[in-house]
Design a protein around this ligand. Sequence first.
Ligand SMILES: NC(=O)c1ccc[n+]([C@@H]2O[C@H](COP(=O)([O-])OP(=O)(O)OC[C@H]3O[C@@H](n4cnc5c(N)ncnc54)[C@H](OP(=O)(O)O)[C@@H]3O)[C@@H](O)[C@H]2O)c1
Length: 312
Amino acid sequence: MKMIDLGRSGLHASAIALGVMRLPNLDRPRATELLDAAYDVGINFFDNADVYSNGKAEQLFGDALKKASFTRDQVLIQTKVGIVNDRKATHRYDFSKEHIVDAVNGSLKRLGTDHVDSLLLHRPDPLMEPEDVAEAFLQLQNEGKVRQFGVSNFNPAQIELLQQAVPQRLIINQLQFSLMHTGMIDAGMHTNMADARSIDHDGGLLPYSQQHHMAIQAWSPFQYGFFEGVFIDNDKFPELNALLQKLADQYTTNPNAIAAAWLLRVPADVQVIAGTTKPARIRAIAEAGDIALTRQEWYDLYFAFAAGNDLP
Ligand SMILES: NC(=O)c1ccc[n+]([C@@H]2O[C@H](COP(=O)([O-])OP(=O)(O)OC[C@H]3O[C@@H](n4cnc5c(N)ncnc54)[C@H](OP(=O)(O)O)[C@@H]3O)[C@@H](O)[C@H]2O)c1
């Protein structure tokens, strides 16, 4: 399994990680089975959030961890806060010091651990006051509750705004990124052109992340659209799936591993956050950690995307 020093922080994480957003689909024994399967193939990083099923995902993860074949200190646990759990709340995001600190305390209790290895702010809060966040981060760090900090779904300007206030280096940005969600790449390839793909939707996230050695955690690596479905083995995308299968045969692996290896081939600290709930599937995806696609294969996959990634 390929390992990544996340944001050059000393957090040595597997390039394939398991996200537990969908864990509540399982009962506790099956959740433990999934965590064990992940660990057995070299996955040492687990992504949570307080908002997943209103805390149920963290609770189940914590419960499953107690029965797992590995111990807490053999793995890295991440959670995310900042989205208000109450769907009826009129304010959607809350980056106040009080909310962040309380949310982390709630997460730690559910996860059954005294610290998380990394904490991300889940989605940018337009009412963010960076100094307030800085106070929260400092308190959480001083109390030993959080080792490293990062963000999710932030653009470079939002990161800079926060970074100038917080003393800790922000080491991770978790973003939607897959063969079917390539905005980060398209805009750079279409710079100064007038077509739709030239539109910069993210403020230059890819070169920013590369320059600042900020790890990109790719969420929904096998989905298209916004949770519209899985593109692997999906009849809507015949050209892409034919190529995934061809390369899978060539590398003696499977299409999932090729799709994940495509993300890992990008010269940034990319970590794939897979969300499967099936032991067999996480074992298949983990094979990506040993595959290095060639430059030609990477481009062939990019251009096989049925919606048409054209070459300028
Ligand atoms: N930061 C954010 O805003 C954000 C947003 C969304 C997600 N996330 C994180 O990213 C993680 C992954 O997200 P995700 O679950 O949407 O990602 P995903 O790995 O792309 O999708 C997994 C889902 O697709 C299903 N699936 C069906 N066929 C599949 C196939 N051939 N290959 C792979 N999956 C297949 C899985 O079902 P089975 O369980 O049956 O395999 C599962 O329900 C989450 O757990 C969470 O940690 C973060």
